[in-house]
Design a protein around this ligand. Structure first.
Ligand SMILES: [Zn+2]
Length: 788
């Protein structure tokens, strides 16, 4: 059984809902980040150790799922959860955390590792398992013991991995001021980034304010290397280099140990941590050529610090990338067609290297070029004038990718040995530090959401309230022509479609598009463009069919949602055809200027909006469009403003929360948008209009027979119970067909009788209306008889 060791607000588990607890709950895994250390049994806190140490106290132990199991080739070990009685309730989450810290202090005091998993507490879900073993010990509350160590706890260094700013003992032989050292580039950028065991893997114990390790610089039988919390060291053995050259800097220890220069060690760490070594040179003013830093892999070109920062600035918006074999520059910019929503909605264009050079061709930089290296290694430099663009292209630290790829999924693909720009990543947060990939937590659509507003939402009910007016708009306007069950189904269908558009972009993408139909000003645009805001620049509002060209195609390379406004296709069959292909194709070809054409995956969904009754050339067998006849009610400026204001005040975040909630995401996992399509009046209208023969036949069914003009316009009824047989031989039926076509814009369709026969045959083959076909032996030419 799964449990949690606290009471929670509204019974929702979580730290933020913590009310009170009278049990200290924690997790012992005997494992952690530094696996080597944890492979040492001497560091383990076993159940036996625990029993011995806490024999006077009341506790219960339950073994965890992986207790004494070999995992990934690592030794089996004790893994368990502990529940210790506190004897009274703790109501403050801060105090509860403090008790956990004190417990950590008690069990980890003489160890280099934290032996309790600090991520777990009474507010955590503790998973049960079938094989769990339970141990119980009666005794007193642990609270007394924890209270008794509070003072000692206060005086120990805070955290074993991070806070090393407290120096307990000055090293007499060291001349560098410690506070200066803690502000040094090496300490800030390298040493403080690691746990002490990175530099001192042999560290054993902690006492009197410093750590002791076996010295690796001499043959050390007993730990004789003193290590300070900030990483400084001194070996106590007289003959050891570590005694002659103690240092505050752990890099000195690594250099001595590996017999390298400190510069080499620093450069290696720069590589590992994606740090710019030139930043070190600039901050410490330690260049070979004062005021200059090297920018080429050979170091033969140097620029001033100031120009170096200008080059770095270029990396913010430019990157070299190979696109289908063509080397070009990715340019992060606003495009001319730039759409609403301001900053953060930039796009990536391909720029040729010559255009890039051209752009910076009037920006000259005075740099230094290596003229000669003498035998003693001393160098002479000559002045050289170059353009900024050329220097950036030659710079070994220019931002660079082997290719670009759009993979709109939460998880990045793993590109072995390739540097790949994924269009789903956040360009603006990419830096040297994250290897130019962008921040993990800014990947995808989340970056278009105000995370602070989102964080304030804790339930679906709250989320729905936050976007109530927008939801009402969907319900009252988009579904406003329906009532009861039909309305509910259509409303749900729309929400599911939106939720799916938000999260399913890969093979699980539905190719069904939404078609919204109504008079002008009824809020179809509001529905679509507000939803589009959740997609940032992955949304495209198509308002002009001249966009349906090659250049436009380039803009489509990284889109997820396209809203095609009526002006694009009103009456333009070719545009409709293009859009239809865009909606359903799995891949499409992009043909950028100056770069080879390439094929990309199609991740787009489409919403169409039209004031015309005719929108899509919908074939009757087509399951590509959910057509919605939006309620024809003109929206007032005030109504629009109210929805907009609520949307901007957290409605957008509420809607995002709502669509991403398990409640909805669970439903759409297997939702079939084709099979579950809602039949609407507009949908039927589409069918009748896109294929007039269906419209004609529908009219016959609707009237119970065909029109006849023998005695003025009347209906010639068809039999209800006996079968209906008709053939092109029957002139009256053919006449009604011709008349229908004349009045429904289908004159090009209405040819001879054989044309009608062919069309009926098509309906039959397409499975729309099933006829029994036979030949009529009585008539001349033996025409087909259609029976149903
Ligand atoms: Zn030593």
């Amino acid at each position: 059984m799964d449990v949690a060791g606290a009471e929670f607000k509204n019974n929702y588990r979580g730290k933020q809902n913590f009310l009170r607890s009278d049990a200290l709950v924690f997790d012992v895994d005997n494992d952690g980040h530094d696996q080597d250390q944890w492979n040492d049994e001497g560091n383990w806190l076993t159940i036996e150790d625990f029993k011995l140490k806490f024999t006077d106290y009341e506790w219960m132990i339950a073994t965890s799922l992986n207790h004494q199991k070999e995992k990934n080739g690592r030794m089996p070990r004790d893994k368990f959860h502990v529940f210790m009685a506190l004897g009274s309730f703790v109501e403050d989450i801060g105090e509860y955390g403090k008790l956990l810290d004190l417990m950590q202090f008690v069990v980890s005091k003489d160890f280099h590792l934290n032996r309790i998993d600090s991520a777990v507490g009474g507010y955590s879900q503790i998973y049960g398992n079938q094989e769990t073993q339970v141990f119980y010990n009666a005794g007193e509350s642990i609270l007394h013991l924890l209270d008794s160590v509070r003072d000692d706890y206060q005086q120990q260094p805070r955290d074993k991995s991070q806070d090393r700013n407290i120096i307990w003992q000055q090293n007499g032989s060291d001349s560098i001021d410690i506070s200066e050292f803690l502000g040094s580039w090496d300490y800030k950028n390298i040493i403080s980034q690691y746990d002490l065991t990175e530099f001192y893997p042999t560290v054993v114990t902690h006492s009197n304010g410093y750590w002791m390790a076996k010295c690796e610089l001499h043959d050390d039988q007993n730990p004789s290397l003193m290590i300070y919390d900030n990483g400084g060291f001194k070996c106590l053995s007289n003959q050891c280099q570590g005694n002659e050259h103690p240092s505050w800097s752990a890099l000195d220890y690594v250099a001595l140990k590996q017999n390298k220069s400190k510069t080499e060690v620093r450069k290696e760490y720069c590589d590992r941590l994606n740090l710019d070594y030139n930043e070190y040179i600039i901050e410490t003013n330690s260049s070979d050529l004062e005021g200059y830093v090297p920018i080429t892999n050979l170091g033969h070109i140097m620029v001033t610090f100031e120009d170096y920062y200008r080059l770095k600035e270029l990396n913010q918006n430019h990157a070299i990338c190979t696109i289908e074999g063509d080397v070009c520059v990715l340019l992060y910019t606003k495009a001319s067609y730039h759409q609403e929503f301001g900053e953060g909605y930039k796009t990536i264009l391909f720029q040729s290297r010559s255009d890039f050079r051209e752009k910076f061709s009037n920006d000259f930089v005075q740099c230094k070029s290596l003229a000669n290296t003498a035998d003693d290694g001393s160098k002479t430099w000559s002045i050289k004038i170059q353009t900024l663009g050329k220097l950036w292209l030659e710079w070994d630290q220019r931002r660079e990718y082997d290719r670009a790829h759009f993979h709109p999924a939460d998880e990045r693909l793993v590109y072995k040995g390739e540097r790949v720009w994924d269009y789903f990543d956040d360009w603006s947060s990419a830096s040297e530090k994250n290897n130019w990939l962008g921040e993990d937590d800014s990947r995808g659509l989340i970056r278009f959401i105000d995370r602070q507003k989102l964080g304030q939402i804790t339930s679906n009910a709250q989320a729905e309230d936050a976007c109530r007016l927008y939801l009402n708009h969907i319900s009252n306007i988009l579904c406003g022509n329906y009532q009861g069950e039909k309305k509910r189904q259509l409303f749900e269908y729309i929400l599911y479609w939106m939720a799916s558009a938000l999260t399913k972009h890969l093979n699980n993408r539905t190719t069904v598009g939404l078609v919204l139909q109504s008079g002008q000003g009824s809020g179809k645009g509001l529905f679509s463009t507000f939803f589009g805001q959740l997609f940032g620049h992955y949304f495209y509002h198509l308002t002009d069919n001249s966009r349906l060209t090659q250049q436009f195609n380039m803009q489509m390379k990284d889109r997820l949602l396209v809203f095609a406004d009526e002006s694009v296709f009103a009456g333009d069959k070719r545009a409709v055809g293009t859009l239809k292909t865009m909606q359903t194709e799995n891949t499409f070809t992009i043909e950028p200027k100056g770069v080879n054409a390439f094929v990309v995956n199609n991740h787009r969904r489409f919403i169409y909006s039209s004031n015309e009754s005719w929108v899509i050339n919908k074939d009757a067998d087509d399951r590509r469009y959910q057509v919605i006849d939006v309620k024809n009610k003109k929206m007032t400026r005030g109504e629009y403003k109210r929805i907009e204001q609520q949307w901007n005040d957290g409605g957008k975040e509420g809607f995002y929360y709502f669509l991403k909630s398990d409640k909805i995401q669970d439903v759409i996992q297997d939702f079939d948008f084709e099979a579950n399509m809602i039949s609407t009046k507009a949908g039927l209208e589409q069918i009748k209009q896109s294929d007039p023969i269906i419209g004609w036949f529908y009219e016959i069914l609707d009237n119970g027979g065909h029109y006849t003009w023998d005695l003025g316009r009347s209906i010639c009824e068809w039999g209800m119970h006996e079968g209906n047989h008709f053939s092109t031989d029957k002139d009256a039926i053919h006449q009604s067909y011709v008349k229908y076509m004349e009045t429904h814009g289908g004159t090009t369709w209405a040819k001879g009788k054989s044309q009608l026969s062919n069309r009926l045959s098509r309906l039959h083959e397409d499975g729309i209306i099933f006829f029994k076909k036979s030949r009529d032996p009585k008539t001349e030419g033996n025409p087909t008889v259609w029976s149903f």
